[in-house]
Design a protein around this ligand. Structure first.
Ligand SMILES: Nc1ncnc2c1ncn2[C@@H]1O[C@H](COP(=O)(O)OP(=O)(O)OP(=O)(O)O)[C@@H](O)[C@H]1O
Ligand SMILES: [Mg+2]
Length: 342
């Protein structure tokens, strides 16, 4: 059997990132409870990330969400070791990235991790296929082979036929598909996304989210995804970390954040979420093993229960993946959720 350590792809322990020359003093003050602003006033240093620990399971999409300036990009840069954390360690597949020398790190960056940024970062004078194949090129893979691989990935992201175009000839959404293809061609262990869809129109953005979900369905990569959009976080994330002033206020599934927000900051994000679309029968059921008249899977949304209740099924049985009854949802529970919507 796999141990917990095998299942963890990425782990961060006590990550700090302080900008400024008096970082030791800043960490000390911050540890003692000084706010970001107080630390800045006393030391001239900005605490970007404050003592963040996290573990991302293999195949999981872990979303970090928070307002501008909360430290999301700084954290992801530490995780991918694009920058050195002031303190703390990052382990990828059990290997300490923070202890690696430049050569070892370069190797890991080329083979195990990919990043996709908000501003695509494509090479304007390279064709689509040469952009997509870039990671393989620096691995020194022969041209025919890397083009073959890149073509296949470009087809997967819906860019078949555009291989020999230049980025400037493509729309924003298409350029970001090239960015996605470039990240995927190296077949990375883990993908880091820093607000990749934030610059796109809402409809294109939704397309890209759907496509990422589709891809993830087959690829099952480990993903760390940064966003400031809670709807996007809910749609893509297996778990979501809500970040504020450099720390995680709360980490949990969308349902956990919505049903029991740990802070006012978390509550503010969750307030406008259409709860009946996010919460499931499993989230709102009362546990019991005798069923109602009809039965739904625990993953069914509360919204999908409404027609059944209207048809007079009350309570509705809830079954697990093996078809065993695990609980019931009654009209009262659903009414309460509807009433709590604003
Ligand atoms: N290179 C830097 N030098 C000094 N301060 C920095 C640097 N990079 C980030 N900061 C500061 O660290 C804090 C966190 O910034 P960060 O870019 O990580 O936020 P973010 O959550 O990604 O915001 P956004 O949603 O706007 O991208 C901010 O106060 C920022 O000003
Ligand atoms: Mg950012």
């Amino acid at each position: 059997m796999e141990s917990a350590a095998d299942k963890t792809c990425l782990e961060a322990r006590g990550i700090w990132k302080v900008f400024g020359s008096k970082s030791d003093q800043a960490v000390e003050l911050s540890r003692d409870g000084a706010s970001r602003k107080e630390v800045l006033e006393a030391t001239g240093c900005t605490v970007g990330v404050k003592d963040v620990s996290m573990a991302v399971t293999r195949g999981e999409t872990f979303v970090v969400m928070g307002l501008s300036g909360s430290g999301k990009s700084t954290l992801v840069r530490c995780l991918a070791r694009l920058t050195d954390p002031t303190a703390g360690s990052v382990f990828l597949d059990g290997e300490d990235l923070t202890a690696m020398d430049e050569a070892a790190l370069r190797q890991v960056r080329r083979q195990k991790l990919s990043m996709v940024f908000q501003h695509f970062g494509l090479f304007p004078h390279r064709t689509v296929i040469d952009n997509a194949a870039y990671g393989l090129e620096i691995q020194k893979m022969a041209k025919a082979e890397r083009h073959e691989r890149a073509s296949a990935v470009l087809a997967e992201v819906g860019l078949e036929g555009y291989e020999h175009h230049y980025p400037g000839q493509l729309s924003g959404g298409m350029q970001q598909r090239v960015g996605l293809a470039r990240a995927l061609t190296v077949d990375p262990e883990i993908l880091f996304f820093d607000e990749p869809f934030s610059a796109l129109d809402p409809l294109i953005r939704r397309d890209m989210q759907d496509q990422l979900l589709d891809l993830q369905h087959t690829l099952q990569r480990t993903i760390v995804f940064i966003t400031h959009d809670f709807a996007e976080a809910i749609k893509l994330g297996d778990r979501i970390a809500i970040m504020k002033d450099g720390v995680f206020d709360q980490v949990g599934t969308a349902s956990q954040l919505i049903t029991s927000p740990a802070t006012d900051y978390v509550r503010e994000f969750t307030e406008d979420v259409p709860k009946i679309k996010v919460l499931t029968a499993g989230d709102v059921m009362q546990t019991q093993t005798t069923s109602g008249t009809r039965s739904v899977p625990a993953s069914a949304t509360v919204e999908s229960l409404l027609p059944l209740l209207l048809e007079g099924d009350d309570p509705i049985g809830v079954s697990d993946a093996d078809g065993r009854t695990v609980g019931v949802v009654d009209r009262n529970a659903v009414t309460q959720i509807l009433a709590s919507a604003r």
